[in-house]
Design a protein around this ligand. Sequence first.
Ligand code: FAD
Length: 574
Amino acid sequence: MEKYETHVHDVIVIGAGGAGLRAAIEASAQGASVGLVCKSLLGKAHTVMAEGGIAAALANVDVKDNWQVHFRDTMKGGKMLNNWRMAQIHAQEAPDRVKELEMWGALFDRTNDGRIMQRAFGGHSWKRLCHVGDRTGLEMIRTLQEKGIHSGMDVYMECTITHLLKDGERIAGAFGYWRESGRFVVFKSKSVVLATGGIGKAYKITSNSWEYTGDGHALAYEAGAELIDMEFVQFHPTGMVWPPSVKGILVTEAVRGEGGILTNSKGERFMERYDPQKMELSTRDVVARSIYTEVKEGRGSPHGGAFLDISHKGPEYIKRKLPSMYHQFMEFADIDITKGPMEVGPTTHYMMGGVRVQAENGASTVPGLFAAGEVAGGMHGANRLGGNSLSDLLVFGRRAGLGAAQYANEINGDSLKINEDELEQAAREMLRPFENAHGENPYTVHSTLQDVMQNYFGVFRIDEGLKHGINELEKLKERASHLKIEGTRLYNPGWHLCRDLKSMLIISEAIAKSALQRQESRGAHSRVDYPNTDDYKWGKVNSVITKDGESMRIGVSPLPEMPEELKRIIAEDK
Ligand SMILES: Cc1cc2nc3c(=O)[nH]c(=O)nc-3n(C[C@H](O)[C@H](O)[C@H](O)COP(=O)(O)OP(=O)(O)OC[C@H]3O[C@@H](n4cnc5c(N)ncnc54)[C@H](O)[C@@H]3O)c2cc1C
């Protein structure tokens, strides 16, 4: 181990978005020595891109709101596949986490009487999203970062973790490399919190940035943890569709929350056909399918989407409530959204599936390994409601940090051993692309992977497409086993992509196998050949992915039984 630069901590948190920062703050508060590792610069995580808001039943605008309604909305939005205990804790604790954020310095938009302002969002019964214009994530990260760096943790930036280290069955640390120098680094720790975010870069059209290659999902899988619900990939209904260079960039749901109207090429307000009650504020899975169907049936906008218009609200209102959207369309598409409609279409946005964790403390099925945020599964079931991610990060980031610190406190760290052979193997695997005399270009493999995922595992899925896609993934796995890279280890993005590809191929296979297994349509998973929701068979189980030697095993596990008092809440009306 002396061979590599080594850092020793009680708790290592991998990922510095909302979940990672909140976990690190909590673990530090418990007295643990914490190392926070992130692939990019601190403050550049995905969370910073969040726009519309944080869902919490504060009841500042709609006084009838409470945790019970938030819980019911979340479960119904998730088509009852959510881990009910997570949904309950989330709804109960989100208001305190938002108030805490405010206490730490976050400046939210205000109601006239000075309370935190809340806006409407799809699937939420009441105005529930606490926001800062359409730049909520920026304020959240700014606040957590300030709090975090004064909490005494060590931050390791531009450092990619490629392997979790184990001592027997237990976690013993993590192995990675500095992106700038390419040098390897070892973190020895009693527990690890994964907070690595999503998987969007496995798809061609996505709202996600370069960082979201499913690393945490893959690290957990390789370490023996269970992944659940991997078939549920959220396609946000409104991404930009034009010009091609910005295809997929998000158009926040806040546009619809603030009164935006969707129409097709015939000028029809088509949501009347698909969800006449909720219209544009239907859940994301429904709106995405609706736009997709309109386009497929020949009623799309010129660039293959739908029209979204907010101009009736007037320039002053739009520039105040949706400043980023105004600038985004002005700069990227030369369109003034205060004067006319935007063109929008579905974009890969969020991963509902992830590491199976315990609701109370974020513990995975591997001792010492915890997970929180987008990398964790269970909270959102088959479909996430907008705004429920930022609140999830705060609620379960805190709980995972607490759980990891308590675990670290209970075990004797001196007895943890790093296995030298495991380290050498991790290093050898990383260096292989430099040694292959002939091989594939990682960029070509990545581009093909994105096409396969987009074409066969997108908004609508069908048996023959899924099987064909799985065959294509097998070929890509083979091609990716002999990647070749030029140059040195000094800041070499092609080399970094070789490792990212491994993660993306693992999560793509998990998505594919889970999607093939679930023979029904539910939430974000729409099967053309099984268009109905089958509560009797599939409403009672989560899909489970585990590593079995060199193969990926797919199975199901029963949903835990919901207590009677929560069933009553679900059965009540608004
Ligand atoms: C454009 C956009 C707008 C959104 N708007 C909203 C909204 O309004 N409300 C809402 O609730 N949700 C919203 N979401 C979703 C929400 O932002 C994300 O789900 C959430 O921020 C994920 O947070 P996280 O902490 O789990 O991970 P992230 O914020 O994604 O952070 C992941 C961290 O992990 C690090 N990392 C990844 N892999 C590695 C590795 N191998 N080694 C080391 N570090 C690694 C990254 O560097 C990063 O620091 C939006 C998403 C997008 C893309």
